[in-house]
Ligand binder design. Sequence first.
Ligand code: NAG
Length: 593
Amino acid sequence: LSNTSLAGSQLPLEVQLGQKLMLDFRYFCQQGNSETCRSPMTTLPSELADVISKYHIGGVILFSENTQDIEQIVNLNNQLQSAAHKAKHPQPLLIAIDQEGGRVARINREQATSFTGNMSIGATYPKHDTHYASSVATAIAKELTSLGINVNFAPTVDVNMNAENPVINVRSFSEDPNVVAKLGAAQVKAFEQQRVISALKHFPGHGDTHVDSHTGLPRVEHNEKVIWQNDLAPFQAVIKTNPPGMIMTAHIQYPALDNSTLENKHGKHMLKPATMSRKIMHDLLRDKLGYQGVIITDALDMAGISDFFDANSAVLETFKAGVDIALMPITIRTPSDIGKLEKLLQTLTKAVNQGQLNEHEVALSAQRIYELKKRFFNKKTKVSASIARATLGNPSHRKLEAELALAAITQVKNSDLLPVDIKVNSKVHIIMPDQRKCEAMRQALELYSKAPLQISCSSLQGFDPKIAHAAIKQADWVIGAHASPQQSAVEIGGMEDVSKLEEFALSRQEQPSALKALLKYAKKQQKQTLFISLRAPYEISQFSPYSDAVLASYAYNIDVDNSNRVAGPAFTALAQVILGQAQAHGTLPVTIK
Ligand code: NAG
Protein backbone atom coordinates (compact mmCIF):
# COMPACT_ATOMS: atom_id res chain seq x y z
CA LEU A 1 0.00 0.00 0.00
CA SER A 2 1.48 3.34 -0.95
CA ASN A 3 1.62 6.04 1.66
CA THR A 4 -0.52 8.29 -0.47
CA SER A 5 -3.46 5.89 -0.60
CA LEU A 6 -6.40 6.69 1.64
CA ALA A 7 -7.00 4.67 4.78
CA GLY A 8 -10.06 2.42 4.63
CA SER A 9 -12.39 4.63 6.62
CA GLN A 10 -11.58 7.68 4.45
CA LEU A 11 -12.39 5.96 1.19
CA PRO A 12 -15.60 6.91 -0.62
CA LEU A 13 -18.58 4.77 0.38
CA GLU A 14 -18.76 2.86 -2.91
CA VAL A 15 -15.09 1.90 -2.54
CA GLN A 16 -15.67 0.76 1.03
CA LEU A 17 -18.56 -1.40 -0.12
CA GLY A 18 -16.59 -2.91 -3.00
CA GLN A 19 -13.81 -3.82 -0.59
CA LYS A 20 -16.37 -5.73 1.45
CA LEU A 21 -17.07 -8.21 -1.36
CA MET A 22 -15.14 -11.32 -2.34
CA LEU A 23 -16.17 -12.80 -5.68
CA ASP A 24 -15.54 -16.09 -7.41
CA PHE A 25 -14.85 -16.29 -11.14
CA ARG A 26 -14.90 -20.03 -11.73
CA TYR A 27 -16.30 -19.86 -15.22
CA PHE A 28 -16.62 -17.08 -17.75
CA CYS A 29 -18.32 -16.98 -21.13
CA GLN A 30 -18.14 -13.97 -23.40
CA GLN A 31 -21.70 -14.66 -24.46
CA GLY A 32 -24.52 -16.99 -23.74
CA ASN A 33 -26.30 -18.24 -20.73
CA SER A 34 -24.73 -17.83 -17.34
CA GLU A 35 -26.48 -20.96 -16.00
CA THR A 36 -24.90 -23.21 -18.59
CA CYS A 37 -21.52 -21.46 -18.91
CA ARG A 38 -18.75 -23.95 -18.15
CA SER A 39 -15.60 -22.34 -19.54
CA PRO A 40 -13.07 -22.31 -16.70
CA MET A 41 -11.65 -18.85 -16.09
CA THR A 42 -7.90 -19.41 -16.27
CA THR A 43 -6.78 -16.01 -17.53
CA LEU A 44 -8.45 -12.75 -16.62
CA PRO A 45 -10.78 -11.48 -19.37
CA SER A 46 -10.89 -7.69 -19.75
CA GLU A 47 -14.54 -7.61 -18.63
CA LEU A 48 -13.61 -9.08 -15.26
CA ALA A 49 -10.49 -6.95 -14.93
CA ASP A 50 -12.80 -3.96 -15.36
CA VAL A 51 -15.20 -5.28 -12.74
CA ILE A 52 -12.36 -5.49 -10.22
CA SER A 53 -11.00 -2.02 -10.86
CA LYS A 54 -14.25 -0.17 -11.49
CA TYR A 55 -16.03 -1.49 -8.40
CA HIS A 56 -12.98 -1.71 -6.14
CA ILE A 57 -13.63 -5.37 -5.40
CA GLY A 58 -11.76 -6.37 -2.24
CA GLY A 59 -11.05 -10.02 -2.96
CA VAL A 60 -11.36 -13.03 -5.20
CA ILE A 61 -11.59 -16.73 -4.29
CA LEU A 62 -10.00 -19.28 -6.60
CA PHE A 63 -11.38 -22.76 -7.25
CA SER A 64 -9.88 -25.76 -9.02
CA GLU A 65 -11.22 -24.43 -12.34
CA ASN A 66 -8.92 -21.43 -11.90
CA THR A 67 -5.83 -23.47 -11.07
CA GLN A 68 -4.65 -25.58 -13.97
CA ASP A 69 -0.90 -25.27 -13.74
CA ILE A 70 1.74 -23.26 -11.97
CA GLU A 71 2.57 -20.83 -14.76
CA GLN A 72 -1.11 -20.17 -15.40
CA ILE A 73 -1.94 -19.58 -11.71
CA VAL A 74 0.96 -17.16 -11.34
CA ASN A 75 -0.10 -15.25 -14.45
CA LEU A 76 -3.73 -15.13 -13.37
CA ASN A 77 -2.83 -13.80 -9.92
CA ASN A 78 -0.56 -11.14 -11.44
CA GLN A 79 -3.40 -10.12 -13.75
CA LEU A 80 -5.81 -9.95 -10.82
CA GLN A 81 -3.48 -7.73 -8.80
CA SER A 82 -2.79 -5.43 -11.71
CA ALA A 83 -6.54 -5.05 -12.28
CA ALA A 84 -6.93 -4.04 -8.63
CA HIS A 85 -4.00 -1.68 -9.03
CA LYS A 86 -5.74 0.15 -11.89
CA ALA A 87 -8.60 1.23 -9.64
CA LYS A 88 -9.09 4.87 -8.80
CA HIS A 89 -8.29 4.08 -5.16
CA PRO A 90 -6.01 1.07 -5.57
CA GLN A 91 -5.98 -1.56 -2.83
CA PRO A 92 -4.22 -4.90 -3.20
CA LEU A 93 -6.57 -7.80 -3.74
CA LEU A 94 -7.23 -10.60 -1.29
CA ILE A 95 -6.70 -13.77 -3.32
CA ALA A 96 -8.13 -16.67 -1.36
CA ILE A 97 -8.40 -20.43 -1.70
CA ASP A 98 -9.43 -23.53 0.26
CA GLN A 99 -6.13 -25.36 0.66
CA GLU A 100 -6.99 -27.10 3.90
CA GLY A 101 -4.93 -30.17 3.12
CA GLY A 102 -6.66 -33.52 2.77
CA ARG A 103 -10.01 -33.78 1.05
CA VAL A 104 -10.44 -30.02 0.58
CA ALA A 105 -7.59 -28.72 -1.55
CA ARG A 106 -8.20 -26.76 -4.74
CA ILE A 107 -4.72 -27.01 -6.20
CA ASN A 108 -4.36 -30.60 -7.25
CA ARG A 109 -1.69 -33.04 -6.24
CA GLU A 110 0.12 -32.90 -9.53
CA GLN A 111 1.06 -29.33 -8.67
CA ALA A 112 0.87 -28.73 -4.96
CA THR A 113 1.56 -30.93 -1.96
CA SER A 114 -1.85 -31.82 -0.63
CA PHE A 115 -1.17 -33.70 2.63
CA THR A 116 -3.45 -36.14 4.39
CA GLY A 117 -5.54 -33.55 6.24
CA ASN A 118 -6.48 -32.38 9.70
CA MET A 119 -7.70 -35.64 11.23
CA SER A 120 -4.45 -37.32 10.23
CA ILE A 121 -2.63 -34.51 12.03
CA GLY A 122 -4.91 -35.11 15.03
CA ALA A 123 -3.81 -38.77 14.98
CA THR A 124 -0.18 -37.73 15.51
CA TYR A 125 -1.10 -35.91 18.72
CA PRO A 126 0.14 -36.04 21.49
CA LYS A 127 3.15 -38.06 20.31
CA HIS A 128 4.32 -35.33 17.95
CA ASP A 129 2.65 -32.44 19.76
CA THR A 130 2.10 -29.57 17.27
CA HIS A 131 4.95 -30.57 14.95
CA TYR A 132 2.84 -31.69 11.99
CA ALA A 133 0.22 -28.96 12.42
CA SER A 134 2.96 -26.34 12.12
CA SER A 135 5.19 -27.90 9.50
CA VAL A 136 2.29 -28.77 7.20
CA ALA A 137 0.83 -25.25 7.46
CA THR A 138 4.26 -23.77 6.75
CA ALA A 139 4.65 -25.90 3.62
CA ILE A 140 1.12 -25.11 2.38
CA ALA A 141 1.67 -21.40 3.02
CA LYS A 142 5.00 -21.37 1.16
CA GLU A 143 3.33 -22.95 -1.84
CA LEU A 144 0.43 -20.48 -1.74
CA THR A 145 2.58 -17.35 -1.33
CA SER A 146 4.80 -18.38 -4.19
CA LEU A 147 1.68 -18.48 -6.38
CA GLY A 148 0.42 -15.09 -5.19
CA ILE A 149 -2.41 -16.51 -3.07
CA ASN A 150 -2.58 -14.59 0.16
CA VAL A 151 -5.57 -15.99 2.08
CA ASN A 152 -6.09 -19.63 3.05
CA PHE A 153 -9.54 -20.56 4.30
CA ALA A 154 -8.02 -22.80 6.94
CA PRO A 155 -7.77 -24.22 9.51
CA THR A 156 -11.15 -25.79 10.18
CA VAL A 157 -11.40 -25.72 13.95
CA ASP A 158 -14.84 -27.31 14.12
CA VAL A 159 -14.87 -29.95 16.85
CA ASN A 160 -16.26 -33.06 15.18
CA MET A 161 -18.65 -34.37 17.83
CA ASN A 162 -21.05 -36.10 15.49
CA ALA A 163 -20.29 -39.38 13.76
CA GLU A 164 -22.90 -38.52 11.13
CA ASN A 165 -21.41 -35.11 10.32
CA PRO A 166 -21.49 -35.12 6.52
CA VAL A 167 -19.39 -32.03 5.92
CA ILE A 168 -16.68 -31.67 8.56
CA ASN A 169 -15.63 -35.27 9.27
CA VAL A 170 -11.87 -35.68 8.56
CA ARG A 171 -11.56 -31.92 8.08
CA SER A 172 -11.61 -31.71 11.89
CA PHE A 173 -8.49 -32.36 13.95
CA SER A 174 -10.25 -34.12 16.80
CA GLU A 175 -13.34 -34.47 18.97
CA ASP A 176 -11.39 -32.88 21.82
CA PRO A 177 -11.74 -29.08 21.82
CA ASN A 178 -8.39 -28.63 23.57
CA VAL A 179 -6.56 -30.60 20.91
CA VAL A 180 -8.39 -28.71 18.16
CA ALA A 181 -7.43 -25.42 19.81
CA LYS A 182 -3.78 -26.37 20.13
CA LEU A 183 -3.36 -27.67 16.59
CA GLY A 184 -5.48 -24.85 15.15
CA ALA A 185 -3.41 -22.18 16.89
CA ALA A 186 -0.19 -23.77 15.61
CA GLN A 187 -1.54 -23.63 12.06
CA VAL A 188 -2.68 -20.02 12.27
CA LYS A 189 0.76 -19.05 13.53
CA ALA A 190 2.54 -21.00 10.78
CA PHE A 191 0.32 -19.70 7.93
CA GLU A 192 0.66 -16.12 9.06
CA GLN A 193 4.40 -16.31 9.64
CA GLN A 194 4.62 -17.07 5.91
CA ARG A 195 2.38 -14.05 5.21
CA VAL A 196 -0.70 -16.05 4.32
CA ILE A 197 -3.81 -14.75 6.06
CA SER A 198 -5.45 -17.59 7.95
CA ALA A 199 -9.22 -17.92 8.36
CA LEU A 200 -10.54 -19.94 11.29
CA LYS A 201 -13.79 -21.61 10.38
CA HIS A 202 -16.76 -22.10 10.76
CA PHE A 203 -17.79 -19.80 13.61
CA PRO A 204 -19.43 -20.59 16.06
CA GLY A 205 -18.81 -24.23 15.08
CA HIS A 206 -19.96 -26.78 12.50
CA GLY A 207 -18.84 -29.85 14.46
CA ASP A 208 -22.15 -31.22 15.71
CA THR A 209 -24.32 -31.11 12.63
CA HIS A 210 -25.81 -33.98 10.69
CA VAL A 211 -27.10 -31.62 8.02
CA ASP A 212 -24.69 -30.16 5.47
CA SER A 213 -25.01 -26.37 5.15
CA HIS A 214 -24.44 -26.83 1.39
CA THR A 215 -27.77 -28.61 1.06
CA GLY A 216 -29.80 -27.30 4.01
CA LEU A 217 -29.72 -25.13 7.10
CA PRO A 218 -28.41 -27.07 10.10
CA ARG A 219 -29.44 -26.28 13.68
CA VAL A 220 -27.27 -26.93 16.72
CA GLU A 221 -29.44 -27.43 19.80
CA HIS A 222 -26.63 -27.33 22.38
CA ASN A 223 -27.19 -25.32 25.52
CA GLU A 224 -24.86 -22.43 26.27
CA LYS A 225 -22.63 -24.45 28.56
CA VAL A 226 -21.98 -27.11 25.92
CA ILE A 227 -21.41 -24.44 23.29
CA TRP A 228 -18.73 -22.74 25.39
CA GLN A 229 -17.08 -26.00 26.35
CA ASN A 230 -17.05 -27.50 22.88
CA ASP A 231 -18.02 -25.50 19.80
CA LEU A 232 -16.63 -22.14 20.87
CA ALA A 233 -13.65 -23.37 22.88
CA PRO A 234 -11.13 -23.56 20.01
CA PHE A 235 -12.19 -20.18 18.61
CA GLN A 236 -11.91 -18.60 22.04
CA ALA A 237 -8.48 -20.12 22.68
CA VAL A 238 -7.03 -19.26 19.28
CA ILE A 239 -8.37 -15.69 19.38
CA LYS A 240 -6.58 -15.31 22.69
CA THR A 241 -3.21 -16.79 21.74
CA ASN A 242 -2.91 -16.33 17.95
CA PRO A 243 -5.72 -14.10 16.67
CA PRO A 244 -6.09 -14.97 12.97
CA GLY A 245 -6.46 -12.38 10.23
CA MET A 246 -9.92 -13.75 9.44
CA ILE A 247 -12.74 -15.79 10.89
CA MET A 248 -15.34 -17.42 8.63
CA THR A 249 -18.97 -17.77 9.73
CA ALA A 250 -21.21 -20.84 9.66
CA HIS A 251 -24.66 -20.96 8.09
CA ILE A 252 -26.14 -22.64 11.13
CA GLN A 253 -28.90 -21.77 13.60
CA TYR A 254 -27.81 -21.72 17.23
CA PRO A 255 -31.00 -21.01 19.22
CA ALA A 256 -29.14 -20.95 22.57
CA LEU A 257 -26.99 -18.10 21.24
CA ASP A 258 -29.71 -16.27 19.33
CA ASN A 259 -33.37 -17.21 19.27
CA SER A 260 -34.54 -14.11 17.39
CA THR A 261 -36.08 -14.46 13.97
CA LEU A 262 -36.10 -12.66 10.64
CA GLU A 263 -38.38 -12.82 7.64
CA ASN A 264 -37.12 -14.84 4.68
CA LYS A 265 -37.93 -14.61 0.98
CA HIS A 266 -40.87 -16.99 1.40
CA GLY A 267 -42.44 -14.51 3.84
CA LYS A 268 -41.78 -16.84 6.77
CA HIS A 269 -40.09 -15.93 10.03
CA MET A 270 -37.13 -18.13 10.78
CA LEU A 271 -34.38 -18.34 13.39
CA LYS A 272 -31.42 -16.27 12.27
CA PRO A 273 -28.52 -18.31 10.92
CA ALA A 274 -25.26 -17.38 12.69
CA THR A 275 -24.05 -15.59 9.53
CA MET A 276 -26.93 -13.11 9.95
CA SER A 277 -27.00 -12.88 13.71
CA ARG A 278 -25.80 -9.66 15.30
CA LYS A 279 -25.87 -11.36 18.68
CA ILE A 280 -23.40 -13.97 17.43
CA MET A 281 -21.21 -11.90 15.10
CA HIS A 282 -21.12 -8.66 17.01
CA ASP A 283 -22.06 -9.22 20.66
CA LEU A 284 -20.35 -12.60 20.98
CA LEU A 285 -17.44 -12.59 18.53
CA ARG A 286 -16.47 -8.92 18.69
CA ASP A 287 -17.48 -7.92 22.19
CA LYS A 288 -17.28 -11.05 24.34
CA LEU A 289 -14.43 -12.82 22.55
CA GLY A 290 -12.70 -9.56 21.67
CA TYR A 291 -11.95 -10.50 18.06
CA GLN A 292 -10.65 -7.50 16.13
CA GLY A 293 -9.83 -9.08 12.78
CA VAL A 294 -11.92 -9.49 9.63
CA ILE A 295 -15.10 -11.58 9.72
CA ILE A 296 -16.01 -13.20 6.41
CA THR A 297 -19.20 -15.13 5.62
CA ASP A 298 -19.16 -18.71 4.45
CA ALA A 299 -20.04 -18.90 0.74
CA LEU A 300 -23.40 -17.20 0.25
CA ASP A 301 -24.38 -19.46 -2.65
CA MET A 302 -24.81 -22.39 -0.25
CA ALA A 303 -28.35 -23.69 0.20
CA GLY A 304 -28.25 -22.84 3.93
CA ILE A 305 -28.55 -19.20 2.82
CA SER A 306 -29.71 -19.10 -0.80
CA ASP A 307 -32.78 -21.29 -0.15
CA PHE A 308 -34.09 -18.59 2.17
CA PHE A 309 -32.73 -15.25 0.98
CA ASP A 310 -32.16 -13.51 -2.31
CA ALA A 311 -28.59 -12.38 -2.88
CA ASN A 312 -29.02 -8.70 -2.04
CA SER A 313 -30.88 -9.18 1.21
CA ALA A 314 -28.46 -11.92 2.26
CA VAL A 315 -25.53 -9.51 1.99
CA LEU A 316 -27.45 -6.74 3.71
CA GLU A 317 -28.38 -9.00 6.64
CA THR A 318 -24.83 -10.25 7.13
CA PHE A 319 -23.46 -6.71 7.06
CA LYS A 320 -26.11 -5.61 9.55
CA ALA A 321 -24.97 -8.45 11.79
CA GLY A 322 -21.43 -7.05 11.77
CA VAL A 323 -19.74 -9.24 9.17
CA ASP A 324 -16.97 -7.51 7.19
CA ILE A 325 -16.79 -9.45 3.92
CA ALA A 326 -19.51 -11.20 1.93
CA LEU A 327 -18.07 -14.27 0.19
CA MET A 328 -19.54 -15.09 -3.23
CA PRO A 329 -22.62 -12.83 -2.88
CA ILE A 330 -23.46 -13.06 -6.59
CA THR A 331 -22.11 -15.04 -9.52
CA ILE A 332 -20.64 -13.38 -12.59
CA ARG A 333 -20.36 -15.76 -15.54
CA THR A 334 -21.18 -13.54 -18.50
CA PRO A 335 -20.88 -9.80 -19.17
CA SER A 336 -24.61 -9.45 -18.63
CA ASP A 337 -24.23 -10.70 -15.02
CA ILE A 338 -22.28 -7.56 -14.15
CA GLY A 339 -25.63 -5.82 -13.70
CA LYS A 340 -26.22 -8.02 -10.64
CA LEU A 341 -23.17 -6.52 -9.00
CA GLU A 342 -24.35 -3.00 -9.77
CA LYS A 343 -27.74 -3.78 -8.23
CA LEU A 344 -26.12 -5.22 -5.13
CA LEU A 345 -23.96 -2.14 -4.65
CA GLN A 346 -26.99 0.12 -5.19
CA THR A 347 -28.95 -1.82 -2.58
CA LEU A 348 -26.13 -1.48 -0.08
CA THR A 349 -25.61 2.23 -0.77
CA LYS A 350 -29.31 2.86 -0.34
CA ALA A 351 -29.27 0.92 2.93
CA VAL A 352 -26.51 3.20 4.21
CA ASN A 353 -28.30 6.33 3.06
CA GLN A 354 -31.53 5.23 4.71
CA GLY A 355 -29.80 4.26 7.93
CA GLN A 356 -30.45 0.49 7.71
CA LEU A 357 -26.71 0.03 7.57
CA ASN A 358 -24.72 2.21 9.92
CA GLU A 359 -22.36 4.43 7.94
CA HIS A 360 -19.80 4.57 10.72
CA GLU A 361 -19.79 0.77 11.04
CA VAL A 362 -19.24 0.37 7.31
CA ALA A 363 -16.27 2.74 7.55
CA LEU A 364 -14.83 0.83 10.51
CA SER A 365 -15.25 -2.41 8.62
CA ALA A 366 -13.47 -1.02 5.56
CA GLN A 367 -10.74 0.17 7.89
CA ARG A 368 -10.35 -3.36 9.31
CA ILE A 369 -9.96 -4.78 5.80
CA TYR A 370 -7.52 -2.03 4.91
CA GLU A 371 -5.41 -2.72 7.99
CA LEU A 372 -5.40 -6.45 7.36
CA LYS A 373 -4.04 -5.83 3.86
CA LYS A 374 -1.52 -3.36 5.17
CA ARG A 375 -0.30 -5.82 7.80
CA PHE A 376 0.14 -8.71 5.38
CA PHE A 377 1.06 -7.26 2.00
CA ASN A 378 4.24 -5.60 0.98
CA LYS A 379 4.34 -3.28 -1.98
CA LYS A 380 5.29 -5.99 -4.39
CA THR A 381 2.36 -8.24 -5.23
CA LYS A 382 3.82 -9.69 -8.44
CA VAL A 383 4.95 -13.32 -8.29
CA SER A 384 7.21 -15.36 -10.55
CA ALA A 385 6.63 -18.78 -12.04
CA SER A 386 10.20 -19.90 -11.49
CA ILE A 387 9.99 -19.45 -7.72
CA ALA A 388 6.58 -21.12 -7.64
CA ARG A 389 7.91 -24.04 -9.69
CA ALA A 390 10.72 -24.58 -7.20
CA THR A 391 8.33 -24.39 -4.26
CA LEU A 392 5.26 -26.43 -5.21
CA GLY A 393 5.53 -30.11 -4.39
CA ASN A 394 9.27 -29.78 -3.75
CA PRO A 395 11.11 -32.79 -2.28
CA SER A 396 11.07 -31.53 1.28
CA HIS A 397 7.30 -30.94 1.15
CA ARG A 398 6.71 -34.39 -0.37
CA LYS A 399 8.88 -35.90 2.33
CA LEU A 400 6.84 -34.17 5.01
CA GLU A 401 3.65 -35.37 3.34
CA ALA A 402 4.89 -38.98 3.47
CA GLU A 403 6.06 -38.64 7.08
CA LEU A 404 2.72 -37.29 8.22
CA ALA A 405 0.80 -40.01 6.37
CA LEU A 406 2.89 -42.64 8.13
CA ALA A 407 2.86 -41.02 11.57
CA ALA A 408 -0.96 -40.93 11.38
CA ILE A 409 -1.58 -44.61 10.59
CA THR A 410 -3.47 -46.04 13.53
CA GLN A 411 -3.69 -49.71 14.36
CA VAL A 412 -7.11 -50.19 15.91
CA LYS A 413 -7.15 -53.97 16.03
CA ASN A 414 -4.68 -56.76 15.35
CA SER A 415 -5.36 -60.41 16.05
CA ASP A 416 -2.14 -61.88 14.78
CA LEU A 417 -2.34 -60.64 11.20
CA LEU A 418 0.03 -57.66 11.14
CA PRO A 419 2.70 -57.45 9.94
CA VAL A 420 1.64 -59.89 7.28
CA ASP A 421 3.95 -62.85 6.90
CA ILE A 422 4.79 -62.81 3.20
CA LYS A 423 5.66 -66.01 1.45
CA VAL A 424 6.76 -66.06 -2.16
CA ASN A 425 3.69 -65.57 -4.32
CA SER A 426 1.32 -64.97 -1.43
CA LYS A 427 -2.10 -64.26 -2.90
CA VAL A 428 -3.74 -61.04 -1.83
CA HIS A 429 -7.19 -59.85 -2.78
CA ILE A 430 -7.81 -56.12 -2.44
CA ILE A 431 -11.27 -54.53 -2.32
CA MET A 432 -11.24 -50.78 -2.97
CA PRO A 433 -13.79 -48.05 -3.68
CA ASP A 434 -12.62 -47.64 -7.26
CA GLN A 435 -10.09 -48.83 -9.80
CA ARG A 436 -7.57 -46.08 -9.13
CA LYS A 437 -7.38 -46.94 -5.47
CA CYS A 438 -7.00 -50.64 -6.37
CA GLU A 439 -4.02 -49.69 -8.47
CA ALA A 440 -2.57 -47.40 -5.80
CA MET A 441 -2.77 -50.10 -3.11
CA ARG A 442 -1.36 -52.72 -5.48
CA GLN A 443 1.63 -50.59 -6.43
CA ALA A 444 2.35 -49.63 -2.85
CA LEU A 445 2.29 -53.28 -1.71
CA GLU A 446 4.54 -54.34 -4.58
CA LEU A 447 6.97 -51.57 -3.72
CA TYR A 448 7.40 -52.65 -0.10
CA SER A 449 7.05 -56.42 -0.33
CA LYS A 450 10.25 -58.43 0.08
CA ALA A 451 8.85 -61.30 -1.97
CA PRO A 452 6.72 -61.17 -5.12
CA LEU A 453 2.97 -61.08 -4.45
CA GLN A 454 0.02 -62.18 -6.54
CA ILE A 455 -2.47 -59.39 -6.23
CA SER A 456 -6.03 -59.27 -7.51
CA CYS A 457 -8.44 -56.44 -6.92
CA SER A 458 -12.18 -55.74 -6.87
CA SER A 459 -13.38 -52.19 -7.28
CA LEU A 460 -16.63 -51.54 -5.42
CA GLN A 461 -17.74 -49.28 -8.24
CA GLY A 462 -19.77 -51.52 -10.49
CA PHE A 463 -18.41 -54.73 -8.99
CA ASP A 464 -19.45 -58.30 -9.66
CA PRO A 465 -19.89 -60.31 -6.42
CA LYS A 466 -19.31 -63.64 -8.21
CA ILE A 467 -15.89 -62.59 -9.52
CA ALA A 468 -15.01 -61.11 -6.13
CA HIS A 469 -16.02 -64.34 -4.35
CA ALA A 470 -13.90 -66.43 -6.68
CA ALA A 471 -10.89 -64.17 -6.10
CA ILE A 472 -11.38 -64.24 -2.33
CA LYS A 473 -11.52 -68.06 -2.39
CA GLN A 474 -8.13 -68.13 -4.10
CA ALA A 475 -6.53 -65.57 -1.79
CA ASP A 476 -4.43 -66.05 1.33
CA TRP A 477 -5.55 -62.78 2.80
CA VAL A 478 -7.96 -59.97 1.96
CA ILE A 479 -7.70 -56.20 2.36
CA GLY A 480 -10.90 -54.14 2.20
CA ALA A 481 -11.79 -50.45 2.18
CA HIS A 482 -14.85 -48.52 1.00
CA ALA A 483 -15.73 -44.96 0.04
CA SER A 484 -17.64 -43.09 2.66
CA PRO A 485 -21.24 -42.46 1.68
CA GLN A 486 -20.89 -39.12 3.41
CA GLN A 487 -19.47 -36.64 0.98
CA SER A 488 -20.07 -32.93 0.86
CA ALA A 489 -20.22 -30.36 -1.91
CA VAL A 490 -17.16 -28.67 -0.44
CA GLU A 491 -15.07 -31.78 -1.14
CA ILE A 492 -15.94 -31.83 -4.78
CA GLY A 493 -15.33 -28.13 -5.21
CA GLY A 494 -18.38 -26.27 -3.98
CA MET A 495 -22.06 -25.87 -4.83
CA GLU A 496 -21.44 -26.06 -8.55
CA ASP A 497 -21.47 -29.81 -8.65
CA VAL A 498 -24.14 -30.70 -6.14
CA SER A 499 -26.03 -32.72 -8.75
CA LYS A 500 -22.87 -34.72 -9.45
CA LEU A 501 -22.69 -35.39 -5.73
CA GLU A 502 -26.17 -36.90 -5.62
CA GLU A 503 -25.44 -39.17 -8.54
CA PHE A 504 -22.24 -40.29 -6.92
CA ALA A 505 -23.79 -40.80 -3.49
CA LEU A 506 -26.00 -43.60 -4.82
CA SER A 507 -23.10 -45.87 -5.61
CA ARG A 508 -21.28 -44.85 -2.45
CA GLN A 509 -24.30 -45.59 -0.27
CA GLU A 510 -24.09 -49.24 -1.21
CA GLN A 511 -20.35 -49.63 -0.68
CA PRO A 512 -20.25 -50.26 3.10
CA SER A 513 -22.77 -53.09 2.97
CA ALA A 514 -21.17 -54.61 -0.14
CA LEU A 515 -17.79 -54.60 1.59
CA LYS A 516 -19.23 -56.01 4.80
CA ALA A 517 -20.71 -58.92 2.84
CA LEU A 518 -17.39 -59.63 1.15
CA LEU A 519 -15.43 -59.58 4.41
CA LYS A 520 -18.03 -61.89 5.98
CA TYR A 521 -17.63 -64.23 3.04
CA ALA A 522 -13.85 -64.14 3.40
CA LYS A 523 -14.07 -65.04 7.08
CA LYS A 524 -16.35 -67.98 6.21
CA GLN A 525 -13.67 -69.13 3.81
CA GLN A 526 -11.19 -68.96 6.71
CA LYS A 527 -9.24 -66.11 5.12
CA GLN A 528 -7.48 -63.46 7.15
CA THR A 529 -8.98 -60.04 6.67
CA LEU A 530 -7.74 -56.48 7.10
CA PHE A 531 -10.16 -53.55 7.12
CA ILE A 532 -8.78 -50.10 6.31
CA SER A 533 -10.71 -46.98 7.27
CA LEU A 534 -9.98 -44.24 4.74
CA ARG A 535 -11.93 -41.46 6.43
CA ALA A 536 -13.28 -40.63 9.89
CA PRO A 537 -12.90 -43.96 11.66
CA TYR A 538 -16.39 -44.14 13.24
CA GLU A 539 -17.27 -46.83 10.71
CA ILE A 540 -14.74 -49.23 12.19
CA SER A 541 -17.13 -50.77 14.73
CA GLN A 542 -19.29 -52.09 11.87
CA PHE A 543 -16.38 -53.88 10.23
CA SER A 544 -14.36 -54.99 13.21
CA PRO A 545 -16.34 -58.24 13.76
CA TYR A 546 -15.29 -59.46 10.29
CA SER A 547 -11.70 -58.21 10.43
CA ASP A 548 -8.60 -59.73 11.97
CA ALA A 549 -6.91 -56.38 11.83
CA VAL A 550 -8.03 -52.78 11.39
CA LEU A 551 -5.97 -49.77 10.30
CA ALA A 552 -7.04 -46.14 9.92
CA SER A 553 -5.38 -43.72 7.48
CA TYR A 554 -7.89 -40.80 7.57
CA ALA A 555 -7.15 -40.15 3.89
CA TYR A 556 -6.83 -41.79 0.54
CA ASN A 557 -4.73 -39.37 -1.44
CA ILE A 558 -3.83 -40.54 -4.89
CA ASP A 559 -0.72 -39.46 -6.66
CA VAL A 560 -0.07 -39.62 -10.38
CA ASP A 561 3.56 -39.34 -11.34
CA ASN A 562 5.12 -38.52 -14.69
CA SER A 563 5.11 -42.09 -15.90
CA ASN A 564 1.44 -42.30 -15.01
CA ARG A 565 1.93 -44.56 -12.06
CA VAL A 566 -0.45 -44.12 -9.19
CA ALA A 567 0.53 -44.30 -5.57
CA GLY A 568 0.05 -41.80 -2.80
CA PRO A 569 1.16 -40.94 0.69
CA ALA A 570 -1.72 -42.69 2.45
CA PHE A 571 -1.45 -45.95 0.50
CA THR A 572 2.33 -45.91 0.69
CA ALA A 573 2.17 -45.52 4.46
CA LEU A 574 -0.44 -48.28 4.76
CA ALA A 575 1.66 -50.70 2.71
CA GLN A 576 4.70 -50.08 4.91
CA VAL A 577 2.72 -50.88 8.04
CA ILE A 578 0.97 -53.91 6.52
CA LEU A 579 4.28 -55.41 5.44
CA GLY A 580 6.13 -54.62 8.64
CA GLN A 581 8.48 -52.03 7.14
CA ALA A 582 7.17 -49.46 9.60
CA GLN A 583 5.06 -49.38 12.73
CA ALA A 584 1.69 -47.73 13.26
CA HIS A 585 2.07 -45.04 15.89
CA GLY A 586 -1.10 -43.01 15.36
CA THR A 587 -3.85 -42.64 17.95
CA LEU A 588 -7.59 -42.31 17.27
CA PRO A 589 -8.65 -38.64 17.38
CA VAL A 590 -12.33 -39.60 17.86
CA THR A 591 -14.14 -42.17 19.99
CA ILE A 592 -15.50 -45.24 18.29
CA LYS A 593 -18.62 -46.69 19.84
C1 NAG B 1 -17.90 -23.54 1.69
C2 NAG B 1 -17.17 -24.25 2.83
C3 NAG B 1 -16.00 -23.45 3.34
C4 NAG B 1 -15.16 -22.89 2.20
C5 NAG B 1 -16.04 -22.03 1.33
C6 NAG B 1 -15.34 -21.40 0.16
C7 NAG B 1 -18.29 -25.65 4.54
C8 NAG B 1 -19.26 -25.71 5.68
N1 NAG B 1 -18.13 -24.46 3.93
O1 NAG B 1 -18.48 -24.46 0.88
O2 NAG B 1 -15.23 -24.24 4.20
O3 NAG B 1 -14.09 -22.14 2.70
O4 NAG B 1 -17.07 -22.84 0.82
O5 NAG B 1 -15.06 -22.33 -0.83
O6 NAG B 1 -17.71 -26.64 4.21
